[in-house]
Ligand binder design. Structure first.
Ligand code: PHE
Length: 344
């Protein structure tokens, strides 16, 4: 009978269509093409009215079975499509651990900070405390209490940026030592290291800068001698420039220390034979030092009959330049990334 053939044909055609569908959306479209209100099945159902009454139940049953078969095709295909979607997603999200990673630029500590921290660590290891103070100072702490009254000729040694008659940009970190001595209510022993920026009216060139970094050291106690200073200097020289270093003290003058010395270290480049770094002498001057002048102790309330002390001061740039073979102090401040990166 013609309608049954038609049903078989629809089933066959639907199967072919459904099997090749790749998306859920397309599958829905195929579903309504066959089973929807205006679909092929609705068309077939219209033929029912022309059938003899006794044939109608059988026709109904066969149509229904055919519908179930097509629904089954659709369900099966739906599962296949869903599985394919999941597989595709898994494949696209797979991480290839052999691919090269994204490189992040990381910064590094500035060489001056590095050298400063190295020196701080050395002194912290010997029981010192790190003290800091303001860069804008009063004349009294920067000069007067350090045995440099207003008319003292040695003030010329440190050409000063004055802000007013009484305030200035500190020319050294010694005022931090004054502050620490004044603040010490019991007038007891002191063992400090004072790092920080200092300012002098210098014309900038390869070896001078109007702003640089200094580290000063102060020890005040009741039984301190030049031997303690010497031991500390030797330890510092070895730590900074290598175990084989020796030191040499030459008499010098600073208003705040008496006696005062200039400290040389045997050249780390040529081991004292003479080269261009030590200008053929075998020795390199690295810092100034001395026994704290009685006037300095007294000006900050210490009894100079009971207490003595030693102090030393060094330029961090100079140490870093010697250690790393840097020939221009301006490289520290111009922030050329190619310079900074070399000290990672
Ligand atoms: N304050 C001195 C300067 O800046 C350095 C120094 C410190 C010298 C301690 C001797 C003792 O010139």
């Amino acid at each position: 009978m013609e309608v049954y053939e038609k049903l078989d044909q629809i089933k066959l055609e639907a199967e072919g269509h459904i099997r090749v569908v790749k998306t859920l959306h397309a599958l829905n479209e195929v579903k309504s093409k066959y089973l929807g209100k205006k679909g092929s099945f609705s068309e077939v159902m219209k033929l029912m009215k022309d059938l003899p009454k006794e044939d109608k139940p059988h026709f109904g049953q066969v149509t229904n079975e055919a519908k179930q078969v097509i629904l089954k095709y659709i369900d099966d295909q739906k599962l296949l499509i869903e599985e394919a979607i999941v597989n595709e997603q898994l494949a696209s999200e797979t991480i290839d651990v052999t691919m090269p990673g994204k490189k992040f630029e990381t910064g590094n500590v500035h060489l001056l900070t590095k050298v400063r921290e190295e020196i701080e660590d050395l002194f912290i290891g010997m029981g010192y405390e790190v003290m800091e103070g303001p860069e804008i100072e009063i004349d009294e702490y920067n000069f007067e209490k350090l045995n440099l009254p207003k008319d003292h000729p040695a003030r010329d040694m440190q050409d000063t940026f004055y802000i007013t008659d009484e305030t200035l940009l500190r020319t050294h970190t010694s005022p931090v030592q004054v502050r620490t001595m004044l603040d010490n209510d019991e007038k007891g022993p002191i063992k400090i290291i004072c790092p920080g920026k200092v300012y002098r009216r210098d014309d900038d060139d390869a070896t001078h800068s109007h702003q640089f970094m200094q580290i000063e050291v102060l020890v005040v106690d009741t039984n301190t001698s030049m031997a303690d200073l010497k031991g500390t200097l030797l330890e510092t020289a070895k730590k900074l420039f290598g175990e084989k270093r020796e030191i040499r003290l030459r008499p010098s003058y600073f208003p705040f220390t008496e006696p005062s010395v200039e400290v040389d270290v045997s050249c780390h480049n040529c081991n004292g034979k003479g080269c261009n770094i030590c200008k053929g002498t075998g020795w390199i001057e690295i810092l100034g030092a001395g026994m704290v002048n009685d006037n300095v102790l007294e000006a900050s309330g210490y009894d100079s009959k009971k207490y003595q002390g030693f102090a030393l001061g060094m330029g961090v740039e100079r140490i870093a330049m010697l250690k790393y073979g840097i020939n221009d102090i301006r490289l520290f401040y111009t922030n050329d990334i190619r310079f900074n990166k070399q000290f990672k």
